[in-house]
Design a protein around this ligand. Structure first.
Ligand code: ZN
Length: 309
């Protein structure tokens, strides 16, 4: 009997020990698990913090850039004001009309016509009482179109007779021959010698480098100026030439976005058979520009040109 009790109490002790051990092991396991979760959580927070830090650094950099730009623009404005004052001082007879200075002008320009779209463009401009500028190419069969452009009060200006880059930009002579051919054609039709022009590809084109290895544009520019031409590049690109059949909305958005910070918007568009979407974009372009406060005008020699160089 005594022996049994002893044995029983031993078993009890072992059992208690086992139970206690299990409890201790389980608690340790639980604690370990919790610690792992905590570490994972901490790691996550750490990587989030790193990302935030990176964002902060980037934003600080951006802020610094904006500040520098603002400083730069302020300096430019001050410089322009200084120049303006000098000009006013040197030319006391010239008065500046502040009302005129605040006006916004949009110069719609159509390159490469006449085309089968010219009549549509002219009809639209007529219906809306808007004058524009046509930088044309040479096509004697389209005499009536040149005449209509001229008669309806638009500016008929020189672009290129052949528009063949590989021929006109071969030399100064070949360029001038092409320009004269077109200028003569226009003069024969309208009786007026055109004085405004736009270079095929713009005045900053580097086409001539392909043929001559040197840039002959400065020479060509000097020559056309010497002959009394004024050339106009553009400061708003409708992007209608970026693709053969550009999306109408892209054309509208490009013009309205490009013009919004300008007081004198020289808008590059194309009058070509494949540019039907340019014609389709016109109503919304006009509406949008009017909303931005623009007045439409054709380019005349009095209009200070925008030039890439
Ligand atoms: Zn062109």
């Amino acid at each position: 009997m005594k022996l049994r009790t002893k044995k029983e109490s031993k078993i009890k002790k072992v059992l208690v020990f086992l139970v206690l051990s299990i409890i201790v092991i389980c608690s340790a396991g639980l604690l370990a698990q919790q610690t792992i979760y905590k570490i994972q959580e901490l790691n996550q927070t750490k990587s989030e913090l790193n990302l935030l830090q990176l964002d902060k650094t980037n934003l600080e950099k951006e802020a610094e850039e904006v500040k520098n730009k603002e400083e730069d623009l302020k300096n430019k404005v001050a410089e322009l004001e200084r120049k303006l004052e000098e000009v006013i001082k040197d030319n006391p007879e010239v008065t500046i009309d502040p009302e005129e200075a605040n006006k916004k002008y949009a110069y719609l320009t159509f390159d490469d016509g006449p085309s089968r779209n010219t009549v549509k463009i002219l009809d639209f401009l007529k219906a809306n009482g808007i004058k524009a500028t046509f930088f044309v190419v040479g096509d004697p069969a389209q005499e009536h179109i040149y005449r209509r452009i001229f008669d309806e009060g638009h500016t008929l200006a020189v672009h290129s007779y052949t528009h063949k880059f590989n021929e006109i930009y071969k030399s100064v002579e070949s360029f001038m021959a092409d320009i004269h051919q077109l200028s003569d054609l226009i003069q024969n039709i309208t009786g007026v010698k055109p004085t405004l022009m736009r270079f095929a590809g713009g005045s900053n084109n580097s086409v001539s480098k392909r043929y001559n290895r040197t840039d002959i544009m400065p020479e060509i520019i000097a020559k056309v100026k010497e002959e009394g031409f004024i050339y106009y590049d553009w400061n708003v690109d409708s992007m209608d030439a970026a693709k053969s059949n550009q999306d109408v909305q892209v054309i509208i958005d490009s013009v309205l976005e490009g013009a919004k910070d300008k007081n004198h918007a020289f808008i590059l568009m194309h009058d070509a058979a494949v540019k039907a979407t340019t014609v389709e974009a016109l109503p919304q372009i006009i509406e949008g520009l009017k909303k931005q406060g623009f007045i439409f005008k054709e380019i005349t020699p009095e209009v200070a040109p925008v030039q890439f160089r």
